[in-house]
Design a protein around this ligand. Structure first.
Ligand code: UT7
Length: 349
């Protein structure tokens, strides 16, 4: 069976740098707290009206397509991962298809948050392996800065996230020593509310034990988004950070080990691990658990914060551009986040 290979890769981050000092203008926080707890020094924020999740995705995709030596018209399928879409619906995939003047190809949006890119890559990999498509564009992009609570109330989340996009073009290869070796996807819906943005949504408080906002007949039409929801900041993401942390440091090494075992390899064989950039401390835990040296792991959360679906492709692209990933190298991707969902992939570059 043929494999899929990454034929082109690109990333884009907005010009606007937002430092930890800048955040202090809005909330009670400190550079010391943020760096000590997360490793983040600064992040990028998109232009408020000039850039969207899709336009950033287009910029990353343009580079990836060019590096693959093809044109946007050669792309025959799009998989777009994001939790911060331009519209509630339709998804960013079709907006990218329009913006890049692509043919009337299929466009699929993936909503798996931090593991979204690895999930999207896995979906694309199956389509290539079965021979259904030849040039699949996989994008991970986020514009978090538009949807965060910048008051002290939201500081445990807002200081972490940043904006950006990454993209790859997947193509078939007959070379058995190259390409995606395997992907591994997992979920645990019991923890759905531990890291979630509840509104707007159609839940009608169904899952909520002690709802802040209640509904009655008179509020028909406000159930999707009400004044009470906004007053109670329920339109912002919620996170029990320590609970996410504890699970991430178990599940990320676990999925890497699963991928290695599936291919008869060990962690010593990994040339480069690209962990989802959620927190430098999480990445260090994962590195330690897998007994990897510093040169076997790439982190850039210090510069960009957590860019969710974009974090893995941005880090992968940067590491490759810096010459840290070479032909024949064994590259491992691992991500964990809201859902909970987590995923891993092994690639022979
Ligand atoms: O990519 C999606 C998946 N997300 C993650 O993987 C996130 C995983 N979790 C984490 O990275 C960490 O839990 C955080 C960085 C979010 C928080 O770090 P922590 O060491 O777990 O801190 P904490 O939430 O236990 O809070 C400790 C203290 C609290 O104050 P008290 O109650 O001890 O007085 C917080 O109110 O730190 C306070 N705090 C802050 N202080 C200054 C929370 N956020 C901030 C802040 N600045 N930004």
């Amino acid at each position: 069976m043929q494999r899929s290979k990454i034929a082109g890769i690109g990333y884009y981050v907005p010009k606007n740098v937002f430092t930890n000092e800048d955040l202090k203008k809005y909330m009670d926080t400190s550079d010391e707290w943020i760096q000590e707890r997360t490793g983040i020094q600064e992040r990028r924020y998109a232009d408020r009206t000039g850039e969207t999740t899709t336009t950033m995705g287009v910029k990353a995709a343009t580079i990836a397509i060019e590096r693959a030596g093809i044109t946007p018209q050669d792309i025959d399928f799009i998989v777009f991962a994001t939790l911060s879409p331009d519209y509630y619906f339709p998804g960013c995939g079709v907006l990218l298809q329009r913006a890049m003047k692509m043919k009337e190809i299929g466009a699929l949006d993936v909503r798996n948050q931090c593991s979204g890119f690895v999930y999207a890559l896995s979906v694309a990999d199956q389509f290539i392996k079965t021979g259904m498509y030849k040039n699949i564009l996989v994008v991970g992009a986020e514009k978090h800065s538009f949807g965060l609570d910048f008051s002290t109330r939201g500081r445990n989340i807002s200081v972490i996230f940043g904006d950006g996009a990454g993209a790859v073009v997947l193509q078939p290869t007959q070379n058995q020593n190259q390409g995606i070796l395997s992907t591994h996807l997992h979920s645990d819906g019991d923890s759905a509310e531990i890291l979630a943005m509840f509104n707007p949504g159609t839940h009608g408080n169904h899952w909520v034990e002690n709802p802040v906002a209640t509904f009655d007949e008179a509020e028909m039409g406000q159930m999707f988004m009400s004044h009470a929801m906004i007053d109670e900041a329920q339109n912002f993401p919620n996170m029990d950070g320590p609970a996410v942390f504890k699970k991430a440091i178990v599940k990320m090494p676990e999925v890497v080990q699963e991928a290695l075992t599936a291919n008869g390899l060990t962690s010593a064989d990994i040339n480069m691990l690209i962990p989802h950039q959620a927190n430098l401390r999480i990445a260090q835990f994962v590195q330690h658990k897998l007994q990897l040296r510093d040169d076997q792991v790439y982190n850039n959360i210090q510069k960009y914060g957590n860019t969710t679906a974009a974090s893995v492709p941005i880090a992968l692209c940067e590491a490759w551009e810096q010459g840290k990933i070479k032909e024949g190298d064994l590259v491992c991707l691992a991500a964990f986040g809201s859902g909970f969902t987590w995923a891993g992939a092994l690639i022979r570059w």
